[in-house]
Design a binder for this molecule. Structure first.
Ligand code: A3P
Length: 336
C-alpha cells in the first residue's frame, strides 16, 4: 500500500474499509484506486459518502438536484439554476452571491461536501433555506431513495463524451497532487474506453438519467451542454418553467433573462476574483480556476488521434444504440 492509498484508506470508518476491500478495483485517475460500487466506479471516500447519503438523506418536495457526469458543464448549470430559482431574493446583479461565491459553494454536492465526512465540510442541512439546491455526480440508480420518491426535481446535464473526456483529463492533471505522476493521455483514454473513470462508465451514467427523463419528464429534465450553448435563452426559460419558477412577461421585457445569462457566462465567471483565486475543499484543496478552461465544443480535435476517435466513436455508438440519444461533437459555427 503506497502513502496516498494509506492516507485515503485511513479516512474511512472500519465498516467501509471492509466493504471497500470486497469490491473489484482498478487503478484510479487521481486516487490510487477506483472501486466498482453499485455498477459504477468510485474512489473509496466517495463510496463512504454515497452510502451515508443513501442511508440518511431526506428529500423535501421543494428540493432541486443538479446532476451530471463530471466535466459536462455542472458549474454552468449550477450557476444558472441558482440565479433562476433565487432571483426573487437577489434581483440586483450588483451584489449577487454568484459574484463572490463559486457555484459549487452555492449548490453543494452530496458526495463531496454534504456527506463527505473526510473533507470536514459537514454542511448544516437543517439550516439550508428552501428551496434547497444540491449538486451530484451520483448515478441515478445510486441516488437516495427519498429523492426518487419525493416530488423534488432533478436537472441533468451531459456533454458529448469526446469533450467530456478531454476536459476531465486536463482537469485531473491540473489538480493532481504533486507527488502523483502526471496521467498520460493514452493511458487515460484506455481506462475511459473501458468505462473506468470516476462515476463511470459515463455512457451508463447518461443513460440512467436519460431513461428516467423519458419515463418521468416532470421529475427529470435532461439537458445537453451543446444545446444550452446553442440557445441559452430558450434553455434558461425551459429550466425556469421545469423547476416551477417561470419568468413573467415583465421580467422578460425588463431583461431579467439576459442578465442571468450574462452573470453566468463563462467569460464573466472566469474573470471573477472568487473563480480566479479562490479554492474549495479542505481534504483535497482544488483551485476554482480549474473549473474554467476553454468552454468550447470540439476542443477534442486538438488532442485525439484518428484511431482514438474511431475507437471511442464505435464504443459510444454501441453503448447508446437503441436509446435515441446522440451528441453534437463539433461546434457547427466554427466548422469549416
Ligand atoms: P472545458 O474543460 O472543455 O473548457 P464541470 O463544470 O462539469 O466541471 O465542467 C467543466 C467544463 O465546463 C469546462 O470545459 C469548463 O471550461 C466549462 N465551463 C465552466 N463554466 C462554464 C460556463 N459558465 N459556461 C460554459 N462552460 C463552462
Amino acid at each position: 500500500m503506497d502513502e496516498q492509498e494509506a492516507s485515503e484508506e485511513n479516512k474511512l470508518s472500519q465498516d467501509y474499509k471492509e466493504l471497500i476491500i470486497s469490491l473489484p478495483r482498478e487503478k484510479g485517475w487521481i486516487t490510487p484506486y477506483l472501486y466498482l460500487f453499485q455498477g459504477f466506479w468510485h474512489s473509496s471516500t466517495e463510496i463512504q459518502a454515497i452510502s451515508t447519503f443513501q442511508n440518511h438523506f431526506q428529500a423535501k418536495d421543494s428540493d432541486i438536484v443538479v446532476a451530471s457526469v463530471p466535466k459536462s458543464g455542472t458549474t454552468w448549470l449550477k450557476a444558472l439554476t441558482f440565479a433562476i430559482v433565487k432571483r426573487q431574493y437577489f434581483p440586483s446583479l450588483e451584489n449577487h452571491p454568484l459574484l463572490v461565491f463559486n457555484p459549487h459553494e452555492l449548490v453543494p454536492p452530496f458526495e463531496f461536501v454534504i456527506y463527505d465526512e473526510t473533507n470536514w465540510q459537514v454542511h448544516e442541512l437543517p439550516k439550508m433555506p428552501e428551496p434547497r439546491l444540491f449538486g451530484t455526480h451520483v448515478p441515478f440508480t445510486s441516488l437516495a431513495k427519498s429523492i426518487k420518491e419525493s416530488n423534488s426535481k432533478i436537472i441533468y446535464i451531459c456533454r458529448n463524451l469526446f469533450d467530456t473526456f478531454i476536459s476531465t483529463w486536463a482537469f485531473v492533471n491540473k489538480i493532481m497532487p504533486e507527488f502523483f505522476p502526471a496521467l498520460p493521455l493514452e493511458e487515460a483514454f484506455e481506462r475511459y474506453c473501458k468505462g473506468i473513470i470516476g462515476f463511470g462508465p459515463s455512457w451508463n451514467h447518461i443513460l440512467g438519467y436519460w431513461r428516467e427523463s423519458i419515463a418521468r419528464p416532470e421529475k427529470v429534465l435532461f439537458l445537453k451542454y451543446e444545446d444550452i450553448k446553442e440557445d441559452v435563452v430558450f434553455n434558461v426559460k425551459k429550466i425556469a418553467e421545469f423547476l416551477g419558477y417561470p419568468f413573467t412577461e415583465e421580467e422578460e421585457s425588463s431583461g431579467a433573462i439576459k442578465n442571468i445569462i450574462k452573470l453566468c457566462s463563462f467569460e464573466n465567471m472566469k474573470e471573477l476574483k472568487v473563480n480566479k483565486c479562490g479554492t474549495m475543499g479542505k481534504g483535497r484543496v482544488v483551485e476554482n480556476k480549474h473549473f474554467f478552461r476553454k468552454a468550447e465544443i470540439g476542443d477534442w480535435v486538438n488532442y485525439l488521434s484518428p484511431s482514438m476517435v474511431e475507437k471511442l466513436s464505435k464504443i459510444i455508438e454501441e453503448k447508446l444504440s437503441g436509446s435515441d440519444l446522440s451528441f453534437r461533437v463539433y461546434d457547427l459555427n466554427n466548422c469549416t
